[in-house]
Design a protein around this ligand. Structure first.
Ligand code: CUA
Length: 374
């Protein structure tokens, strides 16, 4: 019996450890108006529920003690069964309380679902297995794993599940396609261009907003906003396959000036590697092996012709401006990049990127090339 209790307690300790406060992923610490509003509602409903709990449980205790069985008790207490007044009272009271909770709840839902007005930044968010792609249609930027936003400005997200229907624009055109809306399936006459099956994901940055599901064939929206510059961690919240647990991302909020600088940096083409360096050899490998999936703006082949990347994999134009990769769960450094290129599936279960069997020398060249992508 005792060992069972101990076992139960240690299991509880393990479960409770998972709830350890994580300052950067807590919905209880809202960092913007679209997280503050649901938080306010939560606090209101919490206190209403807490008051009812204390009242009901308190009365239960009082009655249980006051009218408990005693040896010398001879008569039973007055019976209230069928008392119309009481029946009406305890039907109407909960109805009023629930209605009182419903009004602010419905108002908040409508409020959060409304498309923001005024100076809004629009970003298309594509859920891939297992990383997020962020397209800025107005700025012509495509990035992965890191969503950069300006502070104090609503960011209206259009969420789609990538896979089918992605890359529907002319694949020979330079530059990545920037879908303005989600596609219900592969465009007519074209095979599914996307890499990775189209599955359900859920976008969640606890400090900035509630969650929004990303459903194949459906266009969903979510508005986020950050009050202060900082890094806010996000997590895919819907099981989406083998590496779902590794599908994280970050939202990096900048001051408006810093954001403009980031946009200008991202809009620039990738640097062309210096002739005669390892990076040039790496670029040649990239042109041969990687452009089926990965795009790099400004990439040229050995004749100086622009190379169009097809997409489906993360856009790598400014890879080195990012802190992380592999669903933002690995710090971006030479060691991790090399290990990834050596065998992606060793690092990410079910990865859609195959092992290209690169030699140690080729791995060095690839890492050298990727390092030029600032
Ligand atoms: Cu994407 Cu879980």
């Amino acid at each position: 019996m005792r060992s069972k209790t101990l076992l139960g307690l240690s299991a509880l300790a393990v479960v409770a450890a998972a709830c350890a406060p994580n300052a950067s992923q807590s919905a209880l610490e809202p960092a913007g108006p679209y997280a503050q509003e649901p938080h306010n509602l939560f606090v209101f409903v919490f206190w209403v529920a807490a008051a009812i709990f204390v009242l009901v449980e308190g009365m239960l205790l009082v009655f249980a003690i006051r009218y408990r069985h005693r040896k010398d008790r001879t008569r039973i207490p007055a019976q209230v069964h069928g008392n119309t007044r009481l029946e009406v009272a305890w039907t109407i009271l909960p109805t009023l309380i629930l209605a009182g909770v419903a009004v602010p709840t419905v108002a908040t839902i409508w409020d959060l679902a409304a498309e923001p007005e005024g100076d809004v930044l629009e970003v298309n968010v594509l859920g891939h297995q297992w990383w997020w792609e962020f397209d800025y249609p107005e700025q012509g930027i495509v990035t992965a794993n890191e969503l950069h936003i300006p502070t104090g400005r609503p960011v209206f997200l259009t969420l789609c599940a990538a896979g089918f229907g992605y890359g529907e624009e002319d694949p020979s055109a330079p530059g990545p396609p920037a879908p303005s809306d989600c596609q219900p399936g592969p465009p007519e006459g074209l095979p599914p261009a996307g890499i990775g099956a189209s599955v359900v994901h859920s976008f969640w940055v606890p400090e900035l907003a509630g969650t929004q599901d990303v459903v194949p064939g459906q266009t969903n929206h979510l508005t986020i906003q950050a009050d202060e510059p900082g890094v806010y961690e996000g997590q895919c919240k819907e099981f989406c396959g083998l590496s779902h647990a590794y599908m994280k991302h970050v939202v990096v909020a900048h001051t408006p000036e810093d954001f403009d600088r980031w946009v200008a940096d991202q809009q620039a083409d990738a640097a062309v590697p210096e002739p005669g360096t390892d990076a040039v050899a790496g670029a040649a490998i990239f042109v041969n092996q990687c452009t089926q999936c990965h795009a790099i703006e400004g990439l040229q082949d050995e004749n100086g012709e622009p190379v169009a990347g097809n997409n489906g994999g993360p856009n790598l134009t400014h890879l080195m401006s990012r802190e992380c990769f592999r669903g933002c769960t690995l710090p971006l450094n030479d060691g991790n990049l090399r290990a990834w290129l050596e065998d992606p599936r060793e690092i990410e279960a079910g990865s859609f990127m195959p092992d290209y069997g690169l030699s140690p020398e080729e791995l060095d060249q690839m890492v050298a090339f990727l390092n030029t992508l600032e």
